[in-house]
Design a binder for this molecule. Sequence first.
Ligand SMILES: C[S@@+](CC[C@H](N)C(=O)[O-])C[C@H]1O[C@@H](n2cnc3c(N)ncnc32)[C@H](O)[C@@H]1O
Length: 316
Amino acid sequence: MTGPSDTSGPFDKLVGDAQAEFDRAESKPLREAWLGLDLPAIRIDLAGRLRAAGIDEAEIETRHLLTHVLAPASLAQALADPALVSWQTVAHLADLTWERLKRKPLSQVLGNQPFWTLDLIVTGDVLTPRADTETLVDAVLDARKDAVLDVLDLGTGSGAILLALLSERPGWRGVGVDVSPAALAIARHNAAACGLEARTGFVEGRWSAGLAEASFDIVVSNPPYIVSDVMASLDPEVRDFEPALALDGGADGLDAYRDILADLPRILRTGGLFACEIGYDQGEAVSALARGAGLDGVRVLADLAGQDRVVIGYNS
Ligand SMILES: C[S@@+](CC[C@H](N)C(=O)[O-])C[C@H]1O[C@@H](n2cnc3c(N)ncnc32)[C@H](O)[C@@H]1O
């Protein structure tokens, strides 16, 4: 077979505009490698290339890449009947795979990431929301069931935590703060896409410093908490593609907690809840800072892997 208008078999012949586009593409070496292969063979080749690039979950990621380009057709159908798959689809798959082979995070390659029950837009301007952070969402929902509350999310990034909380509590309102205007643009976009625009506000600023008169029932944060010296040894997906501003917590990883907790008594209402994400080995240090800021009932909570992940406390 095949050219762009003939899709029944291995992808081995291109004509006219398709050939020109093929030649221009950055992923040309990959497209060339896939000429003469049908979709099942491309799938095996793709997974092998991801594995060879050091990507641990190569099979799972292969499935994500395939379902992304084949949607809404089902992957099983397309694998069984290559006639359903056009050369343009294979070229799109090659472009995405090419980016992933550079170790760009899958979330940034696909442009979205599931978090809680939401599907969030993700770019290189925000931290990709992590499953671990759902521990923080769970802890807050568990602790506070009041119908109407005001929530503040410091370092909101994609808006993940704030939007997950508001999606579960129809009467809650919230403000997300970030120092990055590019991150706030993504958070606003996500709030609108989740239908939560009317109950959210986003403010550019350094932690709570710009919130002059405001106070809140709940303050949450997943601040940067990685020790500066560790940054260079992170996986390339994180080190080279996620914003350092979202990761680097200073010499001991605790700079942001100190800044946030210093102003917390001013903005957290009496009886209010503070909950923040922490690194697995920061439970004791952040708990001590929280107690030092006057919080009571300070506790460390573990994530599903059993690692310390959240510190909570109350302004009583
Ligand atoms: C670890 S990311 C968390 C993003 C999101 N909340 C999440 O959990 O996926 C930390 C966020 O804090 C923001 N940030 C860093 N320094 C800040 C500061 N001084 N004031 C406000 N936000 C800051 C970063 O831009 C980044 O979006």
